[in-house]
Design a protein around this ligand. Sequence first.
Ligand code: NAP
Length: 282
Amino acid sequence: MSSTVDKIIITFIGFGHMGRAFLKGALSALPGAHFMAVDPALDLNDPPADFRETHNVTFANDPSEAPEYIRRSALFVFAVKPQNAKEVCAAWKSYIAKEAAFLSIAAGITHAFLARQLREGQPVIRAMPNLASAIGKGIAGAHANAHVSASQRVLADRILKAGGPVLWVDREEKIDAVTAISGSGPAYYFYVTEVLAEAGRSLGLGAEESEILARQTAIGAGAVLEEFPDVPPGEYRRRVTSPGGTTAAALEILMDGALEKILKRATKAAAARSAEMGEESS
Ligand SMILES: NC(=O)c1ccc[n+]([C@@H]2O[C@H](COP(=O)([O-])OP(=O)(O)OC[C@H]3O[C@@H](n4cnc5c(N)ncnc54)[C@H](OP(=O)(O)O)[C@@H]3O)[C@@H](O)[C@H]2O)c1
């Protein structure tokens, strides 16, 4: 590791689905940095295939394997399960310099919790990506506490952008709403796709036929929204709804208010659960 003495060091705590996805993106976003990926589940003799050719990643199972090096990290990416957060913070605290930035993507883990587990004054960024972040098609909401410097925020932003756009919010409470809309959101679209496929079956299509139609329609609608980001979704809906046509016949039922009410109820429940998880972890 001697050649990395002058490089900025970024340490990933937890190298599961999210840790791997964000490190993969960070490797191209920050080619001059050196990365540590620390996870007890890693097989050090057989690192994940995506990282075998990279020379600027060091793998470890425990921070005690490279303590001095880890202590020089400018930023830690915290990507372990929320239920492990307390014990992992306790094990890591002595390796995290007081001025190092801590970027947590753990659901429901609050600034207050991290201040207690690490230290008051630790620069912390709390972010909420989503499932699609693992393939670069997600979105993350992020909030920085008052101790995060402008350059730490830029660094965190570059790492989070590996998963898709980053929306910085001005109040931590908004992370609960981010969780309800985009954090949990992919599951809502999967459910709508399931229900649409089910509806196709009740119209006489085979299970496979119906699923392929519903799935590809979700992919196509998403791709159109991606291709033309300046056109509001409602505008597209109007464009494809000819008066008196088939889409109009369906939307007359879909837009009777019931779906809107249900989505508002569902996202309210998700936001409340996110806040509750924050309190449970505190
Ligand atoms: N997946 C998503 O769609 C998604 C979306 C938004 C936010 N998140 C958040 O992202 C975080 C990570 O999720 P994930 O899906 O990547 O989970 P994951 O695949 O389970 O990865 C977590 C990794 O952390 C490891 N770990 C456990 N204890 C550790 C320790 N002491 N030191 C270092 N690593 C340790 C786990 O090892 P073991 O398996 O051996 O325990 C596991 O490999 C979670 O907090 C989750 O809330 C995930």
